[in-house]
Design a protein around this ligand. Sequence first.
Ligand SMILES: [Zn+2]
Length: 115
Amino acid sequence: MKLLYCPKCQDLFKLRMHPHTCICGNVKGAYKADGDHAWHNGRGALFGIMNTHFQPLIESSLHSQTIEMFKIDSNSPKVEIIYDKPRIRTKESIQNEQDLGPIDITNGSLRRSAT
Ligand SMILES: [Zn+2]
């Protein structure tokens, strides 16, 4: 599983087959059609977790365990950087996106509010 992190809003999200953007709009990425290779816009950091590591954690009776996450460098053959223009998100543009719930803009930051 590949995870994309935005250093600006600190959103960390799982890559999907369709492009997904962090909560502030700075970082964007997706899997390519093969479901293995990925692309992102170069403004975030890409990480990986071996999917096979989840099941032992789920089955474990230990209270706390760690899982290994690794950084995937932008020069990896599995990753393509596709630069784009930074997108400015407004309250109106976010509300037009169906994948997000209502938002709350307080203290100059954008947040999804609980529904
Ligand atoms: Zn962001």
